[in-house]
Write a protein that binds this ligand. Sequence first.
Ligand SMILES: *Cc1c(COP(=O)(O)O)cnc(C)c1O
Length: 396
Amino acid sequence: MKDIYLDNAASTKPDSKLIERVSACMDKHYGNPSAMHKSGYQAKMFLDEQRERMAKVLGGVRFDEIIFTSGGTESDNLAILGVARANAKNGKHIIVSKIEHHAVLGPCHKLEKEGFEVTYLSVDKYGLINVEDIKKALRQDTILVSVMYANNEIGTVQPISEIAKIIEEHNKKIKINNLKTIFHTDACQAAGYLDLDIKKLGVDMLTLNGSKVYGPKGVGILYVKSGIKLESLMYGGGQENGIRPGTENLAGVAGLAEALEYADSNREKESARIKKLSDKLTEGILKIPKTFLNGHPEKRLPNNVNITILDIEGEALLLHLDEKGVFISTGSACTSRSLEPSHVILATGLPYEAAHGSMRFTLGRETTEEEIDYVLEVLPKIVEDLRKISPIRVNF
Ligand SMILES: *Cc1c(COP(=O)(O)O)cnc(C)c1O
């Protein structure tokens, strides 16, 4: 059997049509979009066409509200650091959830060292934020709220438009300095499955990247509502309105536009197909004793199955599955090389020992029912063998 790739929350496989488009673009649009000759002009036109395509996927925003970046990490950094530093004179308070990606938490930790104050909101056992907690945390000097659309580890989907409404109400009441609290969401994991209409979501800023939507890696966007002040993280040529200098990644951007359009037009059909497979996988794994699902039972990404299997080491299970050609993840790919348990799983209240046995299976466009059947065939035996030699016993 060919390899079974169930790690689509870490990275997705672009299809051959997309790869062809990207390489055709590298061939055709080699001119620098900032150059004054025809080749440069054509490249600039092409770049703006890609911006238009993405603006449509976001529900018809202005095309100059889209900033191209090198991926989700840069977009998140630019959103958090950029807004904080440009608006510091209005206030120095920021609100985020405890289960944000490190690309959001890292900049927050940096800002704390620069004199900002960050409130880290707790989540419930399903990884869900309580919107009332946001209401309570908002202050006169809150300049930014950042809550991810869907979590990359447990798949929980947050009530983004409800949070937006609370922030809007709060903004009506603020008196000092015409301060507005800005609302950012990291939508990297949501892009393939959830609505990205900016107006419906009610957000001011939104992060997307190519690697999670079957596009190229190393390319992303930050949507920034016009009027929002943002300080650049880099200095150089004046590209992207001076916010993000550097010669634009034309091929990457074209690939991302293609990927987002595809995701947008196939969202419902693909979500329904993949949910059936996820349900089958979940039900199958939960038949193994001492297992439970992490994340919300319904408010979750249709392709995410995160399950804790007690009394084993997640890493050992991962390696045994790897041997059988099945690729999964423990925690998030970025942290799983360290053996620290995931901050997301811990935030849902699981004890340390149980967090170690949480496994993430993320299905993708190429996942088939045969593959799921195969996993369900080999997994129980591996768990049984590992439990025989495991010194860990967790009582729940
Ligand atoms: C992958 C991911 C990122 C980081 O994106 P890169 O393109 O790898 O820099 C940020 N946030 C979330 C939710 C992600 O899943």
